[in-house]
Design a protein around this ligand. Structure first.
Ligand code: G1P
Length: 300
C-alpha cells in the first residue's frame, strides 16, 4: 500500500462570502490570532506526516507563495537584533526547499476542477486534500487521525462531523454504512442536498484522503450543484468502484470563509492560547456584562 506523502490545498477561491476584506487579500491569508488561516491547514498536514505541499492557486494569490518562502531580509534583521524566539518560530513553520509546488486553476469551475488541476503534481499515489477555509480544533488532529485510519484500511477516506439538519443544504452530506476499523463505510454522498433530502446529518468537513483514480473521473465530470464541477460527484463515482470510508471527527471545525465562522475561530483559538487567554476571557466577560441581558441571552 502506498503511503500518503502529498497534500493538495485548493486556494484559488475568490472569497466572495468575505468581501470587501478579500478584495485584495486572499481569504487564506486572513489571520486567526497571529497565524494566517492557510498556515493552520498546512501545519495540520505536516503534523500528519505530509512531505510535499501542493497549492492550487489563482490570480492575486501570489502572497501565499511568498508566505511559505524564506524571507531572507526579515530573518537577517531578526538575527541581528537578537530576536531568537521569533526566528525559531518562523523556522519551525518553514517548508524545506523543494517541498512546495504551485499550480493555477485558471477559471473558477468548482472544487472538482481545482483538485483535477493538481493531477500531474500528485501523480499515481494517494493524496491528502485539505480545504483551506476549514480549520480544526484541536488543531493538527483531524488529518493525523485520518492517516492512521488509512494505514489500517487503505482506500479513500473523508472526515465528517454532525451539522444542524437545517444547515445540511450548505455542505456535502454522506450516507453512513457499517463500522470499519476506527471509521465506517460510506453508502452515498450528495453535494448541497435540497432541504429535507439529506441522507444524514453528517457533513464533509473539508479533509480527504483520495486515491489517484479520482483524477480520471474528474476529467470528464459534468457540472453539478451550483453549476460547478463538484468533487463530491466525482467521489460518489469513486466510491462505487473502490473502498471508501468515513471518519467521524470528534473535534470542531470552523469555517473561516464566512465572517461568523472566522470570528468564532478567533475567539476559540485565542482562548486556547495560554499566553493571552486570561486577558481575552476577561474582556469577553466584561463585554457581556456591559452589553447587558440581551447579549447574554444570545450566548445562552
Ligand atoms: C465544499 C465541498 C462540500 C464540503 C464543504 C466544507 O463546499 O464541496 O462537500 O462539505 O466544502 O466546507 P463549498 O464550501 O466549497 O461550497
Amino acid at each position: 500500500m502506498k503511503r500518503v506523502r502529498k497534500a493538495v490545498f485548493p486556494v484559488a477561491g475568490l472569497g466572495t462570502r468575505f468581501l470587501p476584506a478579500t478584495k485584495a487579500i486572499p481569504k487564506e491569508m486572513l489571520t486567526v490570532v497571529d497565524r494566517p488561516v492557510i498556515q493552520y491547514v498546512v501545519d495540520e498536514a505536516r503534523e500528519a506526516g505530509i512531505e510535499h505541499f501542493i497549492f492550487v492557486t489563482g490570480r492575486n494569490k501570489g502572497v501565499i507563495e511568498d508566505h511559505f518562502d524564506i524571507q531572507f531580509e526579515l530573518n537577517h534583521t531578526l538575527a541581528e537584533r537578537g530576536k531568537d524566539e521569533q526566528l525559531s518560530k518562523l523556522g519551525a513553520l518553514q517548508p524545506k526547499a523543494g517541498q512546495t509546488s504551485f499550480t493555477r486553476q485558471q477559471e473558477p469551475l468548482g472544487l472538482g476542477h481545482a483538485v483535477w488541476c493538481a493531477r500531474d503534481l500528485v501523480g499515481d499515489e494517494p493524496f491528502a486534500l485539505l480545504l483551506p477555509d476549514m480549520i480544526t480544533l484541536p488543531d493538527q488532529g483531524c488529518m493525523k487521525d485520518m492517516v492512521s485510519l488509512y494505514n489500517e484500511t487503505g482506500g479513500s477516506i473523508i472526515a465528517v462531523e454532525e451539522c444542524d439538519p437545517a444547515e445540511a443544504h450548505k455542505y456535502g452530506i454522506i450516507g453512513r454504512g457499517e463500522d470499519a476499523g476506527t471509521g465506517f463505510e460510506i453508502t452515498g454522498m450528495v453535494e448541497k442536498p435540497k432541504p429535507g433530502t439529506a441522507p444524514s446529518n453528517l457533513y464533509i468537513n473539508g479533509r480527504y484522503i483520495l486515491q489517484p483514480e479520482i483524477f480520471s473521473i474528474l476529467e470528464s465530470q459534468e457540472k453539478g450543484a451550483g453549476n460547478e464541477i463538484q468533487l463530491t460527484d466525482g467521489m460518489l463515482k469513486l466510491q462505487q468502484e473502490q473502498s471508501f470510508y468515513g471518519y467521524h471527527y470528534r473535534g470542531r471545525t470552523f469555517d473561516c470563509g464566512s465572517p461568523e465562522g472566522f470570528i468564532e475561530a478567533n475567539v476559540a483559538f485565542a482562548l486556547q492560547r495560554t499566553d493571552i487567554n486570561h486577558g481575552i476571557a476577561g474582556v469577553i466577560r466584561d463585554l457581556l456584562d456591559e452589553l447587558g441581558p440581551e447579549a447574554k441571552r444570545a450566548v445562552g
